[in-house]
Design a protein around this ligand. Structure first.
Ligand SMILES: [Zn+2]
Length: 406
């Protein structure tokens, strides 16, 4: 088979394919470049005098789902001055075992793909090569943030890296795009970072962590602090969870196990329960007055929360009054679990109310946490903090690039 034509294959637009063969499921492409006048690197004269050829074998992109190799017939020219030099080419670098296109595709894939192992498999190379390629590319590809935007979100993040179990993620509070991951959650680290990059920050959305608050206030003066809704609602759901666990211990064996298995019905919106779920709910609430009270407090909180979302930006006074009423309900019920949760809300009341006054929702931080869990679970090589940081941040920068090679 002889095919002297320019194949429209990625990375091979400028070459002549002289032969293409299939061997044990792989493709072998024999290629060369057209003869062209070259300028001699020694004397500057132009020459197209061929001295000799050498075959360089490199791995190339997958073609039609098969690994392909290039047999590149690399030409050397000779000048009248005696200088011998290789032709210029866009196909492969010196001493490389892979084509330039392959390296580029692998680079994008290690940034976008889920893990190194699958990527290495797709490119028929080792994980070490994939990781090395990632390290080469990642640091130079990432656009580092110089100045943080006016609204930022801070959240703890279980990265479980070589720097420690917890990291801190800083995201744009309006778009949800992650901007940075700090190596640890110490006040000192956060303070230093914010002091350096936070001159424009006006609002900070965060979970209820005193050390975050202290770091923010020390570094930024007095920005508006907004408690993240997901985080403060969780205290109420945790309280309900604790009551359920406490009381179900007293249930008979069958009910105890079944109640545990059916626990989701306690958290689901009342109006969304099926008739079967209603039946179970009634059964367990009938078995324990504490559980009935706890469930009522959860629903009361939810009703306050839904209302606050609607009127918050217009009538914060009403939202505040609703919260005071809620505290009273909690006291009246007298359940320790809820008294504690309400205590946390009281300590963060200004920040909680701010979340309705300014209507910022940061559910995306949770999404980010989940997404990164997936990255870590699949990934060998992301144990290192610097790699995980680059991987997560780059993933967002490259997210919209659609790339389908390899
Ligand atoms: Zn010369």
């Amino acid at each position: 088979m002889y095919m002297q034509f320019n194949m429209n294959l990625p990375g091979l637009e400028s070459v002549i394919v002289t032969k293409m063969e299939e061997l044990e499921g792989d493709f072998y492409l024999h290629i060369k470049l057209p003869v062209k006048k070259h300028r001699c690197p020694a004397c500057g004269e132009r020459t197209s005098h061929v001295h000799d050829y050498r075959i360089q074998k490199v791995q190339h992109l997958k073609l039609f789902e098969r690994t392909s190799y290039l047999f590149y017939r690399k030409r050397r020219y000779v000048c009248t001055c005696g200088k011998r030099f290789p032709e210029k080419n866009q196909v492969v670098g010196r001493y490389q075992r892979h084509s330039k296109e392959w390296n580029q595709a692998l680079g994008l894939r290690v940034i976008q793909g889920k893990n190194f192992k699958d990527t290495a498999g797709q490119f028929r190379t080792s994980q070490t090569t994939a990781i090395r390629r990632f390290d080469q590319l990642a640091a130079t590809s990432l656009k580092e943030v110089d100045t943080l935007p006016p609204v930022i979100a801070i959240d703890e993040y279980k990265g479980d890296t070589t720097e420690g179990k917890y990291q801190v993620i800083i995201a744009n509070g309006e778009t949800g795009v992650p901007l940075d991951i700090l190596p640890n959650r110490s006040v000192r680290t956060i303070k230093k970072y914010l002091a350096k990059k936070g001159s424009q920050v006006k609002m900070v959305v965060m979970d209820m962590s005193y050390s975050f608050k202290s770091a923010v206030q020390k570094a930024l003066g007095n920005p508006i602090i907004i408690a993240d809704r997901f985080h403060f609602c969780r205290y109420i759901y945790w309280a309900l969870e604790r009551v359920r666990r406490r009381v179900q211990k007293e249930f008979h064996d069958y009910d105890r196990k079944k109640c545990k298995r059916m626990k989701h019905i306690f958290y689901k919106r009342y109006e969304e329960l099926s008739s079967k779920q209603h039946w179970y709910l009634d059964r367990y609430l009938g078995l324990s007055e504490d559980l009935r009270q706890a469930y009522g407090l959860k629903e009361a909180f939810r009703s306050w929360f839904e209302g606050a979302k609607k009127v918050g930006t217009k009538d914060l006074g009403e939202v505040k009054q609703g919260l005071y009423n809620y505290y009273k309900q909690v006291e009246k019920a007298g359940l320790d679990e809820f008294i504690k949760a309400a205590g946390t809300l009281k300590n963060w009341q200004a920040e909680v109310l701010n979340s309705f006054a300014f209507d910022y929702n940061t559910g995306f931080v949770e999404g980010l946490n989940n997404q990164t869990k997936v990255i870590k679970r699949n990934a060998f090589g992301f144990k290192r903090y610097d790699r995980l940081r680059l991987r997560v941040l780059l993933h967002h920068q490259f997210k919209n690039l659609d790339f389908q090679v390899g």
